[in-house]
Design a protein around this ligand. Structure first.
Ligand code: BDR
Ligand code: CA
Length: 312
């Protein structure tokens, strides 16, 4: 199994991504989950991560809290998308599990230093603050990371928080640029692919029909997100962004993309956080990230329903 650390701001779609990983121990060994400020504040995101771990029945997976705000900017949150709790929709009990005492950034550093070289993958589902902090505090870890797989950015599909930028990158563009320049292999799941993964009513029904508590919760999460996407985009359901990251760890053949140069706009207020992808190789800038552009949504949802059915 590939060893991963999940860095996240749960988030309905983060929660589904976490459930997919925890339901797939044959392919993925989840060493820990680290919360970051993003969809809502850090404390609430950390609490949501604990709730999701309890829902999965995998109480062996430790949860840490990382950074409470972006490197250089005020935190921007997304209650308008995810609700006041960041995880509105399912009715999940107050968690009994507790956070680990260690800071999440130190957990990332210590784990990558402890495990054999190039055996740990960082799965990032929120703003990249914790990853950037770890790389700044311990630059030696960059060469030891197996891969960074992240949900963030958009190019042909432009933005969702501004006309030019995707939320995770917009919130902490300096962190994103630090990560993209770190030298580790990077795979990006931008809106270009995540917007293909629409939770249609049939797909939501398939989760409900599993009739376990995790399937019910996933159906409720997608049901909540749907309201927003129906109103805003006129889509028949909500896209599952973050589960593209953990699905890629299990079935990379679902996704297609291209290794190219990706840089982050950090200076312009108008295009702050834009992911400028040299998809057509019109420059000779270094090819630092595999930019995923498409995916097989039927195979993606089939994988998800199969795995959620293995949970309590
Ligand atoms: C990303 O922003 C968050 O709100 C979602 O959880 C996802 O990680 C999509 O732009
Ligand atoms: Ca997220």
């Amino acid at each position: 199994a590939r060893k991963i650390i999940i860095d996240t701001d749960p988030g309905q779609d983060d929660a589904v991504a976490i459930l997919l990983a925890l339901a797939s121990p044959e392919e993925i060994e989840t060493l820990g989950i680290v919360a970051v400020a993003g969809n809502v504040g850090l404390a609430q995101n950390a609490k949501n991560a604990l709730k999701v771990v309890e829902l999965s029945g995998r109480r062996d997976v430790p949860v840490y809290a990382g950074c409470a705000r972006p490197l250089m900017r005020e935190l921007v949150t997304a209650e308008h998308v995810h609700g006041q709790t960041g995880l509105d929709g399912p009715d999940l009990p107050e968690p009994k599990l507790r956070l680990e005492a260690k800071h999440g950034v130190d957990f990332i550093i210590d784990t990558i230093r402890r495990e054999p070289e190039k055996t740990v993958t960082l799965c990032a589902l929120g703003p990249l603050t914790n990853l950037a902090m770890a790389l700044v505090k311990a630059p030696d870890i960059a060469a030891r990371i197996q891969e960074i797989v992240l949900m963030g950015g958009a190019y042909f599909e432009v933005g969702n928080i501004t006309p030019a930028a995707e939320f995770n990158i917009y919130v902490d563009p300096e962190a994103a640029q630090t990560v993209l320049k770190c030298g580790a292999p990077i795979t990006m799941m931008p809106l270009d692919v995540t917007h293909q993964m629409i939770g249609t009513p049939e797909r939501v029904e398939a989760f409900r029909a599993i009739s376990n508590r995790s399937g019910e919760a996933v159906a409720a999460m997608l049901g909540f997100s749907e309201r927003f996407d129906l109103e805003k985009y006129g889509w028949p359901g909500a896209p599952l962004h973050d589960p593209c990251v953990t699905a890629y760890m299990i079935a990379p053949e679902i996704f297609k993309g291209r290794l190219c140069n990706v840089e982050i706009e950090c200076a312009s207020p108008l295009t702050r956080g834009m992911t400028v992808a040299d998809y057509w190789h019109v420059t000779d800038r270094p090819r630092n990230a595999t930019f995923i552009r498409s995916g097989d949504s039927d195979a993606f949802y089939a994988l998800l329903t199969d795995r959620i059915a293995r949970l309590p």
